[in-house]
Design a protein around this ligand. Sequence first.
Ligand code: FES
Length: 163
Amino acid sequence: MEENGKKVTRRKFLEAGIGVITGAIAVGLGGTALTSIGAPAITNKREGKWVEAGNASELADGQFHKIGITYDAKDGWLEGKVKQLVYVKVNGEEVFALSATCTHLGCNVNFDEQSGNFKCPCHSGVYDATGENVSGPPTHSLAKLEAKVEDGKLMINTALKEA
Ligand code: FES
C-alpha cells in the first residue's frame, strides 16, 4: 500500500484506523458529557421539605385550590428558589395534593370545574381528579405530594411522589 509516495505497511494502516475510531468515540462521549452538563436539571428526585402554605381555614372543603409555594432547594450543584404550583383539596383534616406540572413537557395544568378534570393548555393533555392521565400526550400521572393540616396551617411536602 502507498500513500504520498511512501509505502504504508498494513500494520501502520490498521493503527491509523484504530486511532480514527478511538477519536470518534472520544468525541461522541465528550459531546454526551457536555450535553449533560449544559442541560437544565430536570428531575423529580429531590429532598422533600415541609412548607407552610397558608391557613387551612381559608380553603373551602371539597374543592381544588391552586396554591403557589416557594422554597429554597438544592439539586446537585444548583441551588436556588423553586416556585411550584400545587392543587390542594381539603376534606376536614384530610388533604390531597397534586403537582400542577404536566408530565409531558412541564406546562401548568388547570382544573376544569365542568369536566372535573385537569387540562393542560399546551398540548391538550387531560388528567382526572386523582391526577391519572386520561388522554393526550402525557404518559404519566400528575405527581402527588404529601400534605397535612397542622395547627390550622396547610403544610405541603415538596417531595414529588409517583402517582
Ligand atoms: S405540556 Fe402538557 S400536554 Fe404537553
